[in-house]
Ligand binder design. Sequence first.
Ligand code: C2E
Ligand code: MG
Ligand code: MG
Length: 720
Amino acid sequence: MSARTGAVEVCPGDLERYRLLVETASDVFYQLDQLGRWTYLNRAWQEVTGFPVASSIGTPLLESVYPTDLGTARRLLDSVLSGESPCERVDLRLKTSTGSYRWVELMARPFGRIGQGISGVTGTLRDVTAKRLAEEALRENEERYRRIFSNIQDIYFESSMGGLIIEVSPSIENSLGYRRDQLIGMPFAMLCDDPEAVGEIRERLQEYEQLRDFELLLRPRGGETLPCSVNASLVRDESGKPLKIVGSIRDISERKRAEEEIRSLAYHDHLTGLPNRSLLRDRMQQALAQARRQNRQMALLFLDLDRFKDVNDTLGHDAGDELLRMVARQLDSCVRQSDTVARLGGDEFVILLTSVKNAHDPVVVAEKILQLLTRPFVLNGKEVFTSTSIGIAMYPDDGADADTLLKHADMAMYEAKEHGRGHFQFFSEKMHQAAFDRNLLERKLRVALEEGQFQLYYQPQWDMRGRRLIGVEALVRWFHPEDGPISPARFIPVAEDTGLIRPLGEWVLRTACAQLRAWQDAGHRPIRVGVNISGRQFRQPDLVEMIDRILAETGLDPRQLELELTETYLMEDAAATSRTLEYLKVRGLELAIDDFGTGYSSLNYLKHFPIDRIKIDQSFVREVVSNADDAAIVEAIIAMANSLELDVIAEGVETARQLRFLKDRGCSEMQGYFFARPMPADEMGAYLREHRDRLHLPERGLEDAPDDPAPELLFGSAIH
Ligand code: C2E
Ligand code: MG
Ligand code: MG
């Protein structure tokens, strides 16, 4: 049939067939007259628009077109009816019976009788709504990705399996100084400080499909290396063959700088710049391992300045500080490069001599020091005489580990002082008396466990953002019937050494969980309880089992139990640690790092272990408003915790000024005497009632922030 003329001879059988074809087609067949009104529509019309054919015949096409598409429709009618165009195809929206619009593809040709010009338009109309919506969604998605792609800070990349860069986001120019188009097609290895890194990434991906936090150094154009972390995954084709690598790269230089800063601040004594106790212990551990392997001896000299207090009292603290700095320089000059001079605090120094042949070697050093320190120091224009007492402990004779050696050198130093000032003294058998005391303590501990001489105290933890009490830390107390209270700092190490920590730790955990549950049953809002876990406890093979048992027994929600762990032992066996932590984490327990800043302060483990919170050690909080180094450490820790999305709580907050400092820097969770001292369970119960909703603390207390400890009155009776 010719649509242009319609003048074809057809027999009646054919006619019936055409009618059927047209009537059953899923596309709309239509005719419009010269005025653009529907003159014919097949049944499909009703399926597309919902309008019955009869009601539409005679109405103009333009009446059913979406307003913004009217121009398109008019142009179509004009060009077809004027004979300008033999065939037009446009997409436009048509109204439906429900009032909504559907996208249709309209095909239009002119028709008319030969010699009589064009009398109308005919063609088909197809519903393309689904296709249009899909196209629009695709376009929107593309647009969205394009926006993300050009705005992300991280660098997005795609690389071939052979390591060539296929795609990279423009953000690379900011961090590495190369333009995107300069890099496409180049080897990825060109950007890496260590070209092997690319191979390692590929191997890991082939094994694990995904890679998270892979650290590497990139080389910016003409600059220093840039520490980055890569997340990537492998893309495979339909047959499962690796096709390409896609991923993102993040600049982690800030995080690295914070880590370095914390480490350096946390490892050095700010007054003298000498290594502090943490670094000394680290060095001792390394030296011990080496001495053990090579069957060598080692010596530890423990020094204490005589009458240092007098200098402080008569000449003032600045002079005292200056003296300590001078002594530090003198001591440093007495030893070899491989030896370590550390300041433990106050006027205590320790010297670690790593390669000594016999007991005479440390004597030479000790005599040299005593000699040097007999010369006067000039302070404030005055000559000041000082002297020192030195205790010496040798490895392996006087101890096989760092703690024992330190303790024995310390004992020897006291012995030296007994003999008059300016002497040195080796550790001796007699001093084992003290060790004997330890045995006695052990025996008393066993009795204490049997007789239940322990008590659990609780110290509240506050969130100053909403002034809400969020938890308590459980702290064990030992009241000996004859000796009175014994500090956990004294008996926990003994309990650790003797294995008694196991029953003691279990008792603490059970008591704390049961107490929390009891408070809750009495109608208190659920809060969390922090329980300290020592190293030996953490390595207990059935720790997880024991916790499960206690949680089941007491019915405490695991999310309310927080374990306080310390860096030192977490780092010992990272694989085992990670496993234990994961086990605990899947149960919903909270995990906190206690005394953060005093150990390794490596952020690497924080990233890899499922830690929720870090507790800033109280030694940094103590002088946070008066000591710039401590303030810097605390700021760095808070910033780092934020960047790793960890919560952070400060311990040992004693004054309103400390509180304000911490709060201003974004650390709102705190614990310390400012709020309350640790207290027994019944007092804690009363405290919970008193502070049921909010911390009752007068506004003034915070705004004026005098540097005084909190008036006890404000917080009810607080006892230790
Ligand atoms: P920690 O876990 O760091 O506990 C905080 C210590 O700081 C507690 O000492 C607490 O009484 C004290 N403290 C709290 N606020 C302030 C403050 O504002 N200023 C000052 N100066 N001190 C404050 P405590 O109770 O003597 O405990 C010492 C350590 O003994 C604890 O340090 C913890 O490591 C250990 N410990 C205590 N209870 C347990 C326990 O049940 N199990 C284990 N394994 N260790 C425990
Ligand atoms: Mg603790
Ligand atoms: Mg602590």
